[in-house]
Design a protein around this ligand. Structure first.
Ligand SMILES: [Cu+2]
Ligand SMILES: [Zn+2]
Length: 197
């Protein structure tokens, strides 16, 4: 009889223990759900901005392409894909105005340089234009691509030192030497597109 009573006490202790554990697990689950909800909220609140644009041939070339800019959490990623180029090295820049109306693309103005720096290679210690994207290679078929990720640009933030909206992308016939002023001596403007929403 004593043995049975002891057994019953043990059993009830075990049951109570289980109950407590279950409660604890439930409260942990609630916390986890709340954390996930918070994370989802942050993702929705950080607005991802995107601009897709097409580049048209200029200066009698067959060069064309597409460029996408995606801004997420203060960082802009550019992806440019070009075709119809002559094989070899080509410069690509952001120029001042989203105006590609001229047959030679000169209507887009000079390099976008809102911080009044010398023309140079992107990231150069002595300064560089905010439009100095750089060079890329076109393969034997005339196709090429280039990507750049930076927090020095924004899409429509209104900060004139960062905002790429209203500017143009220009691809050149030749390579940027990163030293010649004011634009790297990259030759004719073979492709042009305005960065507009
Ligand atoms: Cu240029
Ligand atoms: Zn430049």
């Amino acid at each position: 009889m004593k043995k049975i009573a002891f057994g019953v006490i043990m059993l009830s202790l075990v049951l109570t223990g289980c109950k407590d554990d279950k409660k604890k697990m439930e409260s942990e689950e609630t916390v986890e759900t709340e954390v996930v909800k918070e994370m989802e909220k942050e993702v929705t609140e950080s607005t991802i901005k995107k601009v897709y644009m097409e580049l048209e041939s200029r200066s009698g070339s067959t060069a064309k392409g597409t460029v996408t800019f995606v801004e997420d959490s203060g960082v802009v990623k550019m992806d440019a894909k070009l075709s119809g180029l002559t094989p070899g090295t080509h410069a690509i820049h952001i120029h001042e105005k989203a105006d590609c109306s001229a047959a030679d693309g000169t209507s887009s103005g000079g390099h976008w340089n809102p911080t009044f720096q010398p023309h140079a290679k992107w990231g150069a210690e002595g300064g560089y234009h905010k439009g100095d994207i750089g060079n890329f290679e076109a393969d034997a078929d005339g196709n090429g691509s280039i990507a750049l990720k930076t927090d020095e640009w924004c899409i429509g933030c209104g900060d004139e030192k960062k905002d790429i909206l209203g500017k143009a992308i220009i691809v050149h016939k030749g390579a940027d030497d990163f030293t010649s002023q004011p634009s790297g001596a990259a030759g004719a403007r073979v492709s042009c597109g305005g960065i507009i929403e």
